[in-house]
Design a protein around this ligand. Structure first.
Ligand code: MIC
Ligand code: SF4
Length: 654
């Protein structure tokens, strides 16, 4: 039987298990990436594990989220990260050089290689045929130390692209269409492999917009085959020698198939406040727009900004609207500047930002109250922009630019008719010719020891899991609770990512700002949630902080993949409950797990009895032996250290 492309790459990297859907597999990791808000914990854990040196082919530390350095704590984090990269042998990308996914694809992403990153949009280079997966920080730490990465073998879904995009429809509309059809949890446990005749009509950067935002489907990763388009991109970034032809076998068998006819697509838009609330732009046309931002790791590359720049050539930004361009990398800004586009855009009324995540997580350009913001980003979770009750729409650069010109949401095809605009299409620069001075190689490292500022704390470790788990249901939450709800990433909070004692005070503040205090007073307790709990980012702080506050179990109808792994990694037991049980637990109820939890976890027991008042329900622990061991040890750090002492785990010395 033939293999899918996913299976081929996994097979090449397999060190444990078999490629059977649902089986746990261990794979070798070739490259890792980390960024400034998850990276501090990655390196603190690297230090705590007493690892000496990075073991992967490439490890890259980016500084992208808090580049405005509002507070010395941010700058201290960056200095610490530079010192860690230097000490342990990673590349260091200076603050302002760009968003990790953009800089990584420009410099390192390579077909056929595996990449693990402590950021949920790590799958971006899937558009170049790289199998790239987002994970919690400690999983990245361990992989960087040379150990395999373990996941459940996902289902592999064939997303067959037919036809060709019509004018004004873009790669963003392809992924928005996927979200419209599958929802934010439709990709959980799946790798989406793109095939079919439509693939060759898309350039590599367009493919990377799709693979980037595959994360919003909850997918483990998204992957394209390689072809002339991939080769062409690698040639333009000066890495033609890294091209490898990769295709699935003709008789490959997929777990499922989805067909998207590109020729039927039209400009789409995700409405506030979930990336899957997708409708045709024409359905919401006429809504007045206060702010437009083109940028982020989804649509912040040269190829994304250029169409907006072209549309603005003989136009200006409407007087009631503000337009910001937030490039994904300094490379994009530098090339656009050399070609004169930055000046043109500025003259048309655009404010040009530094290359940073910034507004995507509410750092800068926070929308006005009761206003409408159109962004080319990937997430519009409520409050993420920095203000509660925000109205953030997600769309393509073309739809964003059209709105900036018209001052209201408008289908760009209608604006084109009114203004005689031509569809800008997609254009790659002849050569991505930009300075690399901000990417410091391990050989150029400045520091050879860690430099920690006063805000950089220790990694919290918990003792092994208890036999008795009982406590108040401290919070009952609905479906699709995001990690932005659990630990928001706004500027006031982000500066405490290296200080868990302080950060934990903000836990779940977006759902209930009394939570942290109540949890501390109660000295423990459990959380209850609906479907897809913990969707969104990879931030392990969303498990680390509840752990710090004493939370021992989360009872949810289902979990998002990375967050579920993070709960194991920090010794919190993730139990799945059905709808009836969910309906029977109220906030404030006393919840008790009747079984001896330690014994049940270590013996492989799957069904647990949960007592709520006089009633008893069943909750399920679906976990591999390895996950059970990690839980029993109190988390991955304690478990890895114990394994290293026993000499039973792969480490830097293997
Ligand atoms: C995000 O887009 O939510 C983030 C901020 O990039 C996170 C990482 C983090 O929380 O530091 C992610 O996507 O993993
Ligand atoms: Fe940065 Fe936003 Fe991309 Fe996350 S989604 S990496 S915050 S640009």
């Amino acid at each position: 039987m033939g293999q899918t492309l996913t299976e081929k790459i996994l097979d090449d990297h397999l060190v444990e298990g078999t490629l059977e859907t649902g089986e746990e597999i261990g794979i070798e990791i070739d490259q890792v990436l980390t960024q400034d808000t998850t990276g501090t914990m990655v390196w603190l854990q690297f230090e705590a594990m007493e690892l000496d040196e990075v073991q992967t082919e490439i490890a890259a530390q980016y500084c992208d989220h808090q580049t405005y350095q509002f507070d010395f704590k941010n700058t201290d984090d960056h200095r610490f990260l530079r010192s860690a990269a230097g000490t342990y042998g990673a590349y260091f990308s200076r603050p302002g050089n760009g968003i990790c996914h953009n800089v990584h694809r420009e410099n390192f992403a390579a077909p056929g290689k595996t990449l693990l990153g402590s950021d949920s949009h790590t799958p971006t280079p899937g558009g170049l045929g790289q199998l790239a997966i987002g994970a919690g920080g400690i999983d990245v730490t361990v992989a960087m130390g040379g150990a395999p990465y373990y996941i459940e073998m996902p289902e592999v879904v064939n997303v067959r692209l037919e036809g060709e995009l019509p004018e004004w429809a873009t790669a963003k509309d392809i992924i928005l269409e996927m979200l419209r059809r599958l929802s934010v949890k439709g990709g959980v446990g799946k790798i989406l492999e793109y095939t079919g005749p439509g693939v060759e009509t898309l350039t590599a950067p367009e493919r990377m917009t799709i693979t980037n935002m595959g994360t919003e489907l909850g997918a483990t990763s998204s992957l394209f085959p390689t072809d002339e388009q991939t080769e062409d991109y690698l040639e333009r970034v000066g890495r033609a020698d890294e091209y490898v032809e990769l295709q699935p076998d003709d008789d490959a068998e997929y777990d499922d198939e989805i067909v998207v006819d590109l020729s039927e697509l039209e400009p789409l838009i995700a409405q506030p406040s979930m990336p899957d609330k997708v409708v045709p732009v024409r359905e919401v046309a006429g809504e007045s727009v206060d702010q437009v931002i083109v940028g982020s790791c989804t649509n912040g590359a040269y190829e994304d900004i250029l169409p907006a720049a072209k549309m603005l050539e003989d136009q200006t930004v409407d007087t009631k609207t503000e337009m910001i361009v937030a490039p994904g990398s300094k490379q994009a800004s530098e090339i656009l500047a050399r070609q004169g586009w930055v000046a043109e855009m500025m003259a048309a009324g655009v404010n040009f930002s530094e290359a940073t995540c910034g507004a995507c997580i509410g750092i800068g350009h926070v929308p006005a109250s009761d206003s409408v913001s159109l962004r080319t980003f990937n997430r519009n979770f409520e409050g993420r922009s920095g203000i509660e009750d925000d109205n953030v729409y997600l769309c393509s650069p073309e739809v964003a630019a059209a709105a900036a010109i018209a001052g209201e949401i408008i289908d760009p095809r209608d604006l084109a008719d009114e203004e005689g605009l031509e569809a800008p299409g997609i254009e790659l620069p002849e050569e991505y010719d930009a300075s690399k001075v901000d990417l410091i190689t391990p050989e150029e490292a400045v520091d050879d020891e860690l430099i920690k500022g006063p805000n950089i704390g220790d990694v919290p470790i918990r003792d092994g899991i208890e036999s008795d788990i009982a406590g108040e249901a401290l919070l009952k939450m609905e479906d699709n609770i995001t990690t932005d709800h659990i630990i928001p990433a706004t500027q006031d909070i982000l500066m405490y990512r290296s200080n868990i004692e302080k950060l934990s005070q903000f836990t779940l503040s977006r759902v209930d700002d009394t939570f942290a205090e109540r949890a501390q007073e109660a000295d423990g307790g459990v959380l209850v949630a609906g479907e897809n709990y913990g969707q969104g980012s990879s931030r392990e702080h969303a498990a680390m902080c509840p752990m710090y506050l004493g939370i021992e179990a989360v009872l949810a109808q289902s979990f998002a993949r990375i967050h579920r792994a993070n709960l194991f990694n920090f010794g919190i037991i993730p139990l799945t409950i059905d709808e009836e049980t969910y309906g029977s637990i109220d906030q404030g109820d006393d919840v008790e797990i009747v079984d001896d939890v330690y014994e049940a976890v270590t013996s492989g027991q799957e069904e647990f009895t949960v007592r709520v008042g006089d009633e008893e329900f069943t909750a399920t622990l679906d976990a591999s032996e390895r996950e059970r061991d990690i839980l029993a040890a109190g988390g991955k750090l304690a478990w890895t250290k114990a394994q290293a002492e026993d000499g039973t785990t792969a480490s830097a010395d293997d």
